[in-house]
Ligand binder design. Sequence first.
Ligand code: F3S
Length: 382
Amino acid sequence: MYLEKDDERVLAGEFGETRQKMMEILVALGGVYGAERLVPIASAQVSGASYKTIGRWGLSWLQSLNARVVVPTVLNPIGMPQDRWQEFGIEEEFAARQTEVVEAYRRLGIKIECTCTPYYLRITEYGEHLAWSESSAVAYANSVLGARTNREGGPSALAAAIIGKTPYYGLHIVENRRPQVVVEVESGANHWGAIGYVAGKKVGNRIPIFTDIRPNRDQLKALGAAMAATGAVALFHVDKITPETRVFNFPTDDLDRVTVSGDEVRALFEEKEVEAVAVGCPHCSADELRELADLLKGKTTTKPLYIFAARGVAAANPDLVAAIEKSGARVITDTCMVVSPRMDEFGSIMVDSGKALAYVPGMCGALARIGTRKECVEVATS
Ligand code: F3S
């Protein structure tokens, strides 16, 4: 892979051991995927932030690093809210280790905004190159914003953040962003997370293009997150809706076709008893908080109802947070239903998200039930 002179000096160790190691990661990655060069990035989003997922070896590795990021960089959700962790039921030992993880990232210059929806906090432009690692954020950045990022691992996103560049391959190259399979959605299929759950299994790692659907941005978020979980979708197109379908005229006549049927979607909606309800996977937008505040008006929770959102989004909407919490529900920032050990304590969890439906059983050891946001509120307040 071609390196500029300064990059070669970084690789030779002239700017310290950490920067050298980070460049080695990027060069190795570029070698594996046949990248010809590095490309500058506008921002990074680093996963591997919850102590639940990285453990003490991950923490020791982070503490051994000595460098600063050179582009705006945020974290994926950590294992607990930074301020209300005791109220959320997090044990002291875990909180102490999680705080060490956060401090290790802070020392590297990373902004401690821990969210899978960094696009609500910083404007990301069409065509920008990024190094983001959380799969739903990657799908949203590529598909809804028209930015360009591969699905990075935590270490490669961190390496890109410290070097300010990432290998130029995969979805950074326009030619690799063409649709590979057409997805048709039958009219009886009407939950975007569930549609994504079914579609992801059918398209696998191909780039889908949907026809004849008109989701809004929050619905695109739910669709992409679920496809990234049950498939390996890092980019999808929706004809006449997502930006690249308006810039490029993608021919679709020769592509494979799959259908998501109403029966397949309805089959996911099994009724079962649940111990807790968790909404906000990916983290809620302001509009979704508003919808939840309306749904909860005049109601009182009878089961734990956790609503996950980015700290910045919650802080910008204090009235909505207060209205939601009046019911007994809690708006939880910095963490989520999958990466927090708190949720491992429930045997069954109801969610409104196709991604959470896919991840909760494996990551929390709990049965998962999916419902609409309205059904989630009904179950939590019945
Ligand atoms: Fe975000 Fe956690 Fe879901 S990181 S996409 S809320 S699993």
